[in-house]
Design a protein around this ligand. Structure first.
Ligand SMILES: [Fe+2]
Ligand SMILES: [Fe+2]
Length: 151
């Protein structure tokens, strides 16, 4: 990645890296031994690389904010709690989008990135922008990698 791209990425992510609510994601396990925080950062980095490599000209703020907050739901989905997390796969994208809106006042385009990242499991919620497609695909790649190689 070019140095100016690396700098742009770090500039956009730096606010999240020091935010108390975002840092709460470090308490939760996503896959294997990877925290939700690290998972989100991995998805953000890969999304940004895909955008640059393929010259997709995504909006970097929408792409990186959406990726960094795509799993911003703040609970442990592995812990049984009487069933309310059982539908985690289907519900968490909406929960994360609402939380991101509440905490950061994200715009509609960024909200859409988060809300559609679980396609095709959420079959009716199809990514509707380049940024949303990139995050949706980067999440699948990173999740597979974390599940297979990091346990
Ligand atoms: Fe997710
Ligand atoms: Fe994810």
């Amino acid at each position: 990645m070019r140095r100016q791209d690396e700098e742009e990425m770090n500039r956009i992510l730096s606010g999240f890296r020091s935010d108390e609510t975002v840092l709460q994601m470090k308490q939760y396990v996503q896959h294997g031994n990877v925290s939700t925080y690290d998972h989100c950062e991995n998805v953000a980095r890969l999304s940004y690389r895909i955008d640059k490599r393929l010259h997709l000209h995504c909006d970097p703020d929408v792409l990186l904010t959406g990726a960094m907050l795509h799993d911003f739901y703040l609970y442990d989905w592995h812990r049984p709690d009487g069933g309310s997390h059982r539908l985690h796969g289907f519900r968490h994208a909406r929960v994360a989008a609402d939380k991101a809106k509440e905490v950061f006042g994200i715009d509609g385009k960024t909200e859409e990135v988060i809300a559609t990242h679980m396609w095709p499991l959420n079959i009716g919620k199809i990514p509707g922008s380049r940024e949303a497609w990139v995050v949706c695909i980067a999440d699948k790649c990173v999740s597979l990698y974390e599940t297979v190689f990091r346990r």
